[in-house]
Design a protein around this ligand. Structure first.
Ligand code: NAP
Ligand code: HSE
Length: 438
């Protein structure tokens, strides 16, 4: 029976999970694929480190290059993270004609175009199922399952750490820092957790999904991103009273220009108020969900654990199976890893995006305050759909919640800037967008 020899770079949360999963289900995979998976070497940074998943000492090395170059290794699995050495690892493998499996969305976001091109140049493949939405096979969905569709909408809760934090803040009133520490302990967070909480990890993933869905490489710099640090317990509570849940949402919307057909694509990541009646509002904890609308299939939904050892290992195993079959049958890019097919794809600048808004102001509790705020919005032709001044707040300044009808981001930002300069308004206004999923 053919043997596929794996050289794994990284024996941490995901690398340890893959080692463990191959021990557990390697034989099952062999019986299904007719190929034996064998781990030849695992590169780590520190040989003396205590590892929750025990990897035999004989497999470990600190020299990643020796793993990639190892004459028996015919598939490289990059699970080290980061974008500098990881890029070297992947390029080196390709130049040796070896295909690569990676879970590294930061790497793909920063260097995807170069990596896909180099893989093709050297007749290698790049597999990246684990890079987006943990255990949910969403890359396969877009590349294979929905290949016959134009993707008109894609909404994703794609960062497990943020969803875990927001869910616990909502359901238990838990403190942000405390829950983040739990997410780190559970292996959900990135080595640099600001990648999670500042929205960059979701941006990397949303960019990958947008590129796959629309066939042009989405430059991460064109993706508007806001993280969850600005989401307070107060906003979670007010949103709840209004019938919404706040989620960090990745969004890819193909816009129609009346009379012209297809327009640019909105690609963005920000905390969003989702109506509680929408299925994405009930995706809690470390779970992710991706909601995809295709022009043929209609609405579809994919749900599962978005981070952590086992969920991610499952996605890596799926790539190992694809790679093993490609090696077994000598197929190259049977399903191309990424096919650019849109020549003039463009991302809509955030200023031009249109949405509804939730705005929380801290205002002087005296007559005339609301009239001044409403006058600024009216002048900007921005409509208010509801106003709430929750009772029970004491003091000179009290919260005022405004729900705003559709407006462009530019108009809203300008109006809020003017509102913030009013003497009756204390503190910077808080603004979140509200999604209607239409
Ligand atoms: P991790 O626990 O920090 O593991 C990183 C591993 O890489 C460690 O074993 C580390 O060695 C090793 N390493 C780092 N630099 C190295 C070097 N120069 N040479 C050799 N080994 C090196 O990270 P992780 O959570 O497993 O994440 C790995 C990748 O998977 C990242 O790209 C991440 O974004 C992605 N990912 C993670 C998850 C998740 O839930 N954690 C989910 C999906 C994707 P030591 O162990 O000796 O420090
Ligand atoms: N840190 C990432 C998350 C890991 O929390 O979603 C999975 O990609």
């Amino acid at each position: 029976m053919q043997q596929i020899n794996l050289g794994i770079i990284g024996g941490g949360t995901v690398g340890g999970g893959v080692y463990q999963a191959v021990q557990r289900n390697g034989l099952l995979m062999t019986s299904r694929l007719g190929v034996e998976l064998s781990i030849v070497k695992v590169a780590v940074r520190d040989l003396s480190k205590k590892r929750p998943v025990k990897i035999p000492k004989s497999l470990l090395t600190t020299d990643w290059a020796s793993v990639v170059e190892h004459p028996h290794v015919n598939l490289v699995v990059e699970l080290m993270g980061g974008t500098t050495t990881a890029r070297e690892v992947v390029l080196k493998a390709f130049k040796l004609g070896k295909s690569v499996v990676t879970a590294n969305k930061a790497l793909l976001s920063a260097h995807g175009e170069e990596l896909f091109l180099t893989a093709r140049q050297f007749g290698a493949n790049l597999y990246y199922e684990a890079s987006v939405a943990g255990g949910i096979p969403i890359i396969k969905v877009l590349r294979e399952g929905l290949i016959g569709n134009r993707i008109t909408r894609l909404y994703g809760i794609v960062n497990g750490t943020c969803n875990y934090i927001l869910s616990r803040m909502k359901n238990e009133g838990a403190d942000f820092a405390e829950v983040l520490a739990d997410a780190q302990r559970l292996g959900y967070a990135e080595a640099e957790p600001s990648l999670d909480v500042d929205g960059y990890d979701a941006m990397h993933k949303t960019g990958i999904l947008a590129s796959l869905a629309h066939g042009f490489w989405v430059n991460p710099k064109s993706i508007h991103v806001e993280g969850i640090r600005a989401v307070t317990a107060l906003d979670i509570q007010f949103a709840g009273q209004l019938g919404y849940t706040i989620k960090l949402l990745g969004m890819v919307k193909k816009l129609e220009i009346p009379g012209k057909g297809c327009g640019p694509v909105q690609v963005s990541v920000y905390p969003t108020l989702i109506p509680n009646s929408h299925v994405l509002a009930s995706v809690n904890g470390v779970f992710n969900a991706v909601y995809v609308r295709g022009d043929v299939v209609g609405d579809t939904l994919y749900y599962g654990r978005g981070a952590g050892q086992d969920a991610t290992a499952s996605a890596v195993l799926s790539d190992l199976a694809d790679a093993a079959l490609d090696l077994k049958f000598g197929t190259k890019s049977r399903i191309p890893p990424f096919v650019p097919h849109e020549r003039e794809g463009a991302v809509l600048p955030i200023d031009q995006t249109v949405s509804r808004y939730y705005v929380r102001l801290s205002v002087a509790d005296r007559p005339g305050t609301l009239a001044r705020i409403a006058a600024i919005l009216a002048k900007a032709k921005i409509g208010i759909s509801s106003v709430i001044q929750p009772e029970g707040h004491q003091g000179e300044f009290v919260p005022l919640i405004l729900m705003i009808h559709d407006a462009t981001n530019a108009a809203m930002a300008k109006a809020l800037n003017r509102i913030s300069q009013l003497a009756v308004v204390k503190e910077k206004p808080v603004m979140f967008r509200v999604e209607s999923f239409d």
